[in-house]
Design a protein around this ligand. Structure first.
Ligand code: PMP
Length: 420
């Protein structure tokens, strides 16, 4: 009886959807998460994921670094640390960034749990629902998901084989502002882009920085792949040219190991306090153990040589992929020729829907990421991303051959005469 009385007094229970905050409606599983479950089956050649290849990472050496760390400095390594990150690691991060021409003060560095957390923090302090974020077309799926959760409207800006097109950026800024909307920042990946593999030219870097500075728009420079250039040294980071208007994101995920989850943001001094507070509210402090493990590794081990050896390993795989694309893909397909990083972006004839093609590719034992994952507006249906970082060169050849076959079959089913 008393239960019934209480029910009437407090109202009927709400359904789960009503109990969520409205922002939870924008939390959707990434298009590629379900794909990875399939792609990780051993019989499938996965050209989908962007997992770094740790096959030649010196594990015994890392085990040694970690055990020494615990035995000699465990009380610090296993304790909470500073919200901004360990001071020694912040100094070493400045040395790493110096390789790309950046002169920075460790006090302007915030250590994060991977650069993904930095993307989240930046979104949290800048984006109100409906604000505009400009991003390359296509752009990194993980960043798009974060911007979307904070209810940004992402407007893509045209890119070509030299990266983001400055004139298209000018036009986008004018048209967004003419519609009375606020642009919060330009998000870009200038080095060996994810998903396109493209390197932004030096001239365009300067031009884009000038456009954004003049327009009062921050540039978020996301740079996980900058040190993974195969054929020539990477150009200077955009942050090297502009310390006031660029928020630079770095990570050790691709140059050391992603499992340690250590990244960072180098920010203009005016933004640091807000970002530190935002980070403290989500994680209190980044893992001291992971930070000190990286710090000891950087101090004691030949980390530059290890990055060169990663580059050699990825270059062989890049070559295997480009050669097999030449051999097995239809002549009408186009693809980028990356000079570093992990990815090749393939463009097929517009009638081929790469999302619809995916089940056929899985039957042929190969996986890729359909192009629409890299756009916020449903564009990209006839493109796809291939990654060469993880499988062996032989598996890459098998996978590209299988996928080429699937695409050619689809084209002939549609009566195309451009196969060959
Ligand atoms: N940005 C880009 C462009 C990426 O490719 C990735 C990882 N795939 C990240 C950010 C996130 O990296 P992490 O959180 O491991 O540092």
């Amino acid at each position: 009886m008393s239960d019934i009385v209480n029910r009437f007094a407090t109202g009927a229970p709400q359904n789960l959807e009503e109990r969520f905050a409205s922002r939870a409606a924008h939390m959707k599983p990434s298009e590629i998460r379900s794909l990875f479950a399939v792609a990780s089956r051993p019989e499938i050649v996965s050209l989908a994921g962007g997992m770094p290849n740790l096959s030649d990472f010196p594990m015994p050496m890392m085990a040694d670094v970690m055990s020494k760390l615990i035995l000699s400095n465990g009380a610090e390594a296993l304790q909470y640390g500073s919200g901004q990150g360990h001071p020694k690691l912040r100094e070493q991060i400045c040395e790493v960034m110096a390789l790309e021409g950046i002169r920075a003060n460790p006090d302007d560095v915030l250590v994060t749990t991977g650069s993904q957390q930095a993307l989240d923090l930046i979104s949290r302090i800048f984006i109100d629902p409906g604000d505009v974020v400009l991003a390359e077309a296509p752009s990194y799926v993980g960043a798009l998901g974060t911007f979307h959760q904070y209810e940004a409207s992402v407007i893509h800006v045209e890119t070509d084989d030299s990266g983001l097109v400055p004139q298209a950026l000018r036009e986008a800024i004018v048209s967004v502002r003419a519609a009375g909307r606020k642009i919060k920042f330009l998000y870009m990946i200038p080095n060996y882009h994810n998903p396109s593999g493209v390197l932004l030219t030096t001239e365009r870097r300067t031009e884009i920085l000038t456009i954004c500075r003049d327009a009062g728009i921050f540039v978020v420079e996301d740079n996980p792949y900058g040190l993974l250039g195969f054929d020539k040294p990477s150009p200077n980071a955009m942050r090297a040219e502009d310390s006031e208007n660029v928020i630079y994101l770095g990570t050790f995920s691709k140059t050391i190991a992603p499992g340690l989850r250590v990244g960072w943001a180098l920010v203009p001094p005016s933004l640091k306090e807000k970002l530190v507070i935002a980070s403290e509210s989500s994680i209190l402090c980044p893992s001291n153990f992971a930070q000190l493990a990286i710090s000891s590794y950087l101090a004691e081990q030949p980390w530059r040589d290890q990055i060169s050896s990663f580059c050699d390993l990825y270059k062989v795989r890049r070559d295997a992929m480009l050669e097999s694309l030449d051999e097995y893909f239809p002549a009408v397909a186009k693809w980028t020729k990356p000079g570093g990083g992990f990815y090749v972006w393939v463009t097929l004839p517009p009638e081929i829907d790469t999302t619809a093609l995916m089940p056929k590719a899985i039957v042929a034992k190969v996986a890729y990421v359909p192009g629409t994952a890299f756009y916020s507006d449903g564009f990209g249906s006839w493109s796809l991303r291939l990654s060469y970082c993880y499988p062996t060169p032989e598996r890459i050849r098998d996978g590209v051959k299988a996928l080429g076959g699937v695409i050619k079959t689809e084209m002939s089913r549609r009566g195309s005469n451009q196969i060959s």
